[in-house]
Ligand binder design. Structure first.
Ligand SMILES: [Fe+2]
Length: 233
């Protein structure tokens, strides 16, 4: 079974599907995003499980310069990818470096790192949750939003009976999957999250990639607006 081959989804942007994971009795697909910056280097977002075939395909696109860990939960496969792409700088959401002190982190994601890809990838911090903050991105050349865990959109037919029930309660069932209920409940300041999403929507993304479940190939601005309607946008 060929799990991971890159799929080109726009100008200088690709996705890679990884193996599914089990979480809260749900079967959840995983997806990474690969962007080629204008200098030819590679920006690798939220890596899926390591495999040599995918690594070889990414290497053919260019030298991996940045590996992005956008929130404190997407860290499982960073070590292997960094060992393979030894020139890459591992850029993590705040809090992850202390959680994974075994990994060799570079700078924390923030204003300084955003200036490393000026005019190509816009970066916003979705904050306000007791659970975790997440950096979200907008790739200008392809007009693509890149989100990680803030929207989940998984297929009911891939779930067990229990998994289907959990997905329905969490509100993450395709085609109407949105922000998981537990995360919505964790918000102590919805205005902070709303600011980040409003900034993202102002770019009018055509597509939106998410890490778990079916992503949005078109009409993403409207799709995101609906799925974040729980926020005071
Ligand atoms: Fe995730």
């Amino acid at each position: 079974m060929s799990m991971s081959t890159l799929e080109k989804i726009g100008s200088d942007i690709w996705i890679a599907e990884g193996p599914s994971i089990k979480f809260l009795m749900m079967r959840i697909t995983t997806r990474a995003t690969v962007v080629r910056l204008s200098d030819g280097s590679i920006w690798f977002h939220s890596p899926v499980e390591f495999n040599e075939a995918l690594a070889a395909e990414i290497s053919e696109l260019g030298t991996v310069r940045f590996i992005i860990a956008p929130n404190i939960y997407h860290h499982l496969f960073l070590g292997e990818w960094q060992r393979h792409f030894s020139e890459a700088e591992l850029l993590a959401a705040p809090g992850l470096a202390s959680k994974r002190s075994d990994l060799n982190f570079g700078r924390a994601l923030g204003h300084e790192t955003a200036s490393a890809w000026p005019g190509e990838i816009e970066q916003m911090l979705f904050a306000g949750s007791r659970a975790f903050d997440e950096f979200i991105f907008y790739h200008r050349p392809s007009s693509t939003a890149i989100l990680t865990d803030l929207i989940v959109n998984i297929r009911a037919e891939h779930q067990t009976v229990l998994g289907r029930l959990v997905a329905r309660i969490e509100g993450v069932t395709y085609p109407r999957g949105r922000t998981p209920l537990l995360y919505r409940w964790s918000m102590k300041d919805k205005n902070l999250g709303a600011t980040a999403i409003a900034d993202l929507l102002a770019f009018k993304p055509d597509a939106a990639v998410i890490s778990h479940g079916e992503w949005f190939r078109e009409n993403a601005t409207e799709e995101l607006r609906q799925r974040f309607s729980w926020l005071p946008l």
